[in-house]
Design a protein around this ligand. Structure first.
Ligand SMILES: C[S@@+](CC[C@H](N)C(=O)[O-])C[C@H]1O[C@@H](n2cnc3c(N)ncnc32)[C@H](O)[C@@H]1O
Length: 348
């Protein structure tokens, strides 16, 4: 199952789309006693982005209503909703994969897709069967058409339903009402996105949009027509050696041998890649110890970026440390200033 959710499926939390109705200024009436001004003020506060108290047995119904009415992002067009710019082709040992059907520009959204199912991460065979049987025939057919891994990792010896869920599911942390992550993750399967294979130097990235309840995939490089579109399944691979990545992919997905260009390169190139990733790990880890002046830190970040470039890694890396991830994202923003301006220097 995709474990990349914590970073790559990072939900984009934005305020509720439906603007709350303006609450009139409290007026004295027989509803409010003269001593109720504080109650009136807190009611005004509540109206802005309030999550109502809901009786538990109404939750499934309300969730269904919210899903049915969740607005489509205005920038979603028919293509990203229904017809992604890729063809599904066979890639031999990797099974099927997604190939760009036309030239794709960096930053393009390739798809915006609702999950086929949204299930607990760990379920028994009986529970999986029950949930599967509750799906429509069309949903069941789409689900069963997906790949199932028979590899040697964590997804062996599973029944047909759970094996498909494990091979194709994203484990997605749910956001809390205040925008923080609740820590509880659920498994979601997106039938078109599920055809995208993994790469340790991907050209696309995925993110869950909880407003539309759709997974979105973006190109992070230009992707020429005929090129395979890939995403990263597991977080923090940028600091892992080929062997460590193999172990992580085996445990999470049951595929033993990553056939991406980084892992399938010659032994000498793999060794070079390992040494770059070791250095990235060492430098990013050195920030945890704290200290260092701005110039030294800038130099370290610059070195990491150089190593990433040599590695052909175009995504925003997950170093396994949220605060360093954030610092590096800020560094990247400073590296690519608006056109026409001068990059900020270490001393500025
Ligand atoms: C979500 S599916 C991807 C689509 C799948 N190839 C298909 O035929 O539908 C994940 C499975 O694809 C295969 N796969 C994906 N990326 C791979 C890679 N880099 N190397 C080898 N196999 C890969 C593995 O069997 C993995 O369990």
């Amino acid at each position: 199952m995709f474990r990349s959710a914590a970073r790559a499926c990072r939900p984009r939390i934005t305020p509720l789309r439906t603007a709350p109705r303006a609450v009139p200024a409290p007026r004295r009436s027989f509803f409010w006693s003269s001593s109720s001004s504080s109650a009136a003020a807190s009611a005004t506060d509540l109206a802005a982005n309030h999550v109502p108290s809901v009786a538990p047995d109404l939750l499934p119904l309300l969730f269904g209503v919210l899903l049915a009415h969740a607005a489509i992002d205005e920038s979603d067009d028919e293509k990203t909703l229904h017809c992604p710019p890729w063809k599904v082709e066979s890639f031999g040992d990797k099974g099927f994969g997604a190939v760009a059907a036309r030239d794709i520009k960096r930053g393009e959204r390739l798809i915006s897709e609702r999950p086929l199912c949204c299930w607990p991460n760990n379920i028994s065979a009986e529970e999986a069967k029950r949930l599967f049987e509750a799906m429509s025939e069309q949903e069941q057919a789409a689900f069963m058409a997906l790949a199932r891994t028979d590899g040697s990792g964590g997804v062996t010896n599973l029944d047909e339903i759970r094996a498909r869920r494990a091979t194709n599911g994203f484990s997605i942390p749910l956001p809390a009402a205040d925008g923080s992550m609740m820590g509880k993750s659920v498994a979601m399967v997106f039938p078109r996105i599920a055809r995208i294979n993994h790469s340790c130097a991907p050209n696309a990235a995925q993110a869950m949009n909880f407003i539309t309840f759709r997974m979105e995939v973006y190109a992070i490089t230009d992707i020429p027509a005929g090129t395979e579109i890939t995403i990263e399944y597991v977080p923090s691979l940028i600091t892992a050696s080929a062997l460590e990545r193999r172990q992580k992919l085996r445990t999470s997905f049951g595929f033993d041998r990553c056939l991406c260009p980084v892992c399938a390169a010659s032994p000498a190139e793999v060794e070079l890649s390992d040494s770059r990733r070791r250095e990235i790990k060492a430098i990013s880890g050195s920030f945890r110890a704290g200290g260092g002046n701005r110039e030294a830190n800038w130099a370290k970040m610059t070195r990491i970026q150089q190593l990433l470039d040599e590695e052909g890694y175009r995504g925003l890396p997950d170093f396994g440390d949220p605060s360093f991830n954030h610092a590096f994202a800020v560094f990247r923003t400073m590296l690519s200033p608006a056109q026409g301006s001068t990059p900020l220097s270490a001393s500025s």
